[in-house]
Design a protein. Structure first.
Length: 570
């Protein structure tokens, strides 16, 4: 070997050594959890003291007094436990829903499914045990021998689709075994990259596709091991959660979704019948309105009072509290603050958090929230007969997106487009807004109750009732925006419908849960305060001491779902 070649050979050898060490490290990451699980099951190893163990035990001691173990039965219940260690809110609501179903069907096994190995779930197991729920499926352990094969097949199936993709938009057309999955994969990529949109189909997209295929196969294996009648979910978004819901429905399992304040149920699935957040709420609202309980005047009166409380910042919900705080502007004050010409109509563009699950409804006119806003700003700039005010989402800072909306407006540089004053209370819209543009924003329902027309670029939970403008294509949406100044205020009949929908929505949501309160949720999410799970457990436990969980809306909702299921099987 010549002296001149020695540095190159040493560099090559060092590169090969690093590659070998990297492979060994990756193998260690795979093997170590297996060794730990084996030692854990043999009692030869225990994890270090779990954080929050003391407060979780206190919760379990208090919660245990409410529940008795239920007998086995033919109708089994599966609980999604993926977030059970993240916060007590998810654990408590899923456990409560399962006990409510058991109380109707007279028993049945309740099984919690969690990713990872059993030693990862010590606190959650203790807390679920206080409900009398002791059975678990730990996915990494259950399918440990199948994992290499599943990963290989998932990677190959993802590669087959990946090399045929040309644009990010084509991601939305992905299907797994006839089951639509593209919307879940798209949102998974946004969440993972923390980017407002997907610029190219790259390695990150491939990994998300492969992971989704892996979940799809794994969940089908899960449902082949045991028959379930009900599945209780915390989310229907993203591949990890959404595919579990969709595979469950494909297997004929009834799904109950219970997030922090929302309750929905799904019993069918199709290309245009997906278990999504907004369609779940829409179905519950329609069921409520078709139930014929209460008069129209009574519904309207309740809705007006609820709306008043919301606009007056009396609702203890995090996004609502952020939106409905600050200075209330009159139309004249707003014109003066932004330099808007007197006499011109004012439209508001209610922006969204870009990376936070844009595909939470059955359809959108654009690929994501960011592309919607870009196109909306472009069209607003051409609608010179209106002044447009763009309002960022109240929680955009939580997602690291502060300033993104401002950058888009500034880059456009249109004289008729303004940023919303930072200190403006959203209740200012009742006096200032002539038109509202949004994809899924609740603002479209709130101000429809006051007669303000809304143009939708998606299908939120209040769509399809006749009081919103719902163009069927992006071109139709653009055309409607350009002529927004011609839109008239809603009729009395439309306002009445909006109020009734608002009332049904308020009744369906669990806004004032006395156990899982907004203070508990703030500690879990770190919203306005540092994230602190010990405080969340302590608050929830104190609330549980003062309230009976059988009085909660979720208890009655889950019981009603089980009762309908029992009646259908008679």
């Amino acid at each position: 070997m010549s002296e001149n070649n020695a540095p190159g050979m040493r560099a090559l050898a060092w590169k090969q050594l690093r590659k070998s060490l990297s492979e060994i490290y990756r193998m260690r990451l795979l093997v170590t959890p297996i060794i730990r699980e084996s030692f854990f099951l043999m009692g030869a190893w225990r994890p270090t003291e779990q954080p929050h163990a003391a407060v979780a035990k206190r919760f379990a001691d208090v919660n245990r007094q409410f529940w008795e173990p239920a007998p086995s039965g033919k109708q089994n219940i599966l609980i999604e436990g993926h977030l059970a260690e993240y916060g007590p809110n998810y654990l408590f609501r899923t456990g409560l829903a399962a006990k409510a179903i058991q109380s109707v069907i007279g028993g049945g096994d309740v099984v919690v499914v969690g990713n990872g190995f059993s030693y990862h779930w010590q606190i959650a197991r203790e807390c679920y045990r206080s409900f009398g729920i002791t059975q678990w499926v730990f996915l990494s352990r259950k399918f440990i021998l199948m994992t290499p094969f599943l990963a290989l097949v998932a990677g190959l199936r993802a590669a087959w689709s990946f090399f045929r993709l040309r644009t990010p938009l084509q991601l939305l057309d992905l299907h797994h075994g006839g089951l639509k999955a593209g919307d879940l994969v798209y949102d998974e990529i946004l969440r993972g990259t923390k980017q407002p949109t997907i610029h190219s189909v790259n390695w990150t997209a491939y990994k998300a596709m492969a992971r989704s295929w892996y979940y799809y196969y794994q969940y089908h294996l899960l449902f082949s091991l045991k028959q379930y009648r009900y599945y209780i979910a915390t989310h229907t978004a993203y591949s990890e959660y959404g595919l579990l819901c969709r595979v469950a429905l494909q297997r004929g399992v009834t799904v109950i979704e219970t997030s922090d304040i929302q309750m929905s149920t799904y019993d069918s699935i199709g290309e245009k019948d997906l278990p999504t957040y907004h369609q779940g709420i829409n179905a519950e609202i329609r069921a409520d309105l078709n139930g014929g309980t209460g008069t129209v005047s009574a519904r309207e009166a309740r809705a007006r009072e609820s709306l008043r409380r919301r606009l007056d910042s009396e609702i203890k919900q995090i996004d609502a509290q952020k939106a409905y705080s600050g200075k209330v502007y009159s139309r004249e004050m707003l014109r003066e603050a932004l330099g808007i010409t007197s006499g011109s109509k004012i439209g508001f563009v209610a922006a969204h958090v870009f990376c936070d699950s844009p595909h939470l409804s059955s359809s959108m006119l654009h690929a994501d929230y960011y592309l919607w806003l870009v196109e909306t700003i472009d069209c607003c700039a051409e609608a010179h007969d209106m002044a447009w005010i763009v309002k960022p989402h109240p929680s955009c800072a939580l997602y690291g997106e502060e300033g993104m909306v401002e950058a888009l407006v500034l880059a456009k540089g249109a004289s008729n487009i303004h940023m919303c004053p930072r200190d403006m209370n959203t209740s200012s819209l009742r006096d200032c807004a002539d038109v509202i543009l949004t994809v899924h924003g609740t603002v479209g329902l709130e101000y429809a109750c006051l007669g303000i027309p809304t143009i939708l670029a998606g299908t939120p939970f209040y769509a399809g009732f006749g009081f919103t403008h719902e163009p069927v294509s992006a071109d139709a949406y653009n055309g409607m925006m350009r002529n927004a100044a011609a839109l008239e205020r809603l009729s009395a009949a439309q306002m009445s419908t909006a109020l009734q929908v608002f009332d049904a929505w308020e009744c369906q949501f669990d806004w004032n849960n006395p156990i899982v309160t907004s203070a508990v949720l703030a500690q879990v999410w770190g919203n306005g305060v540092p994230r602190d799970i010990e405080k969340a457990y302590a608050l929830l436990t104190q609330n549980l001491q003062d309230n009976n969980p059988r009085d909660l809306k979720l208890w009655h909702f889950a019981r009603s779902v089980a009762a309908k299921g029992a009646a259908a099987h008679v």
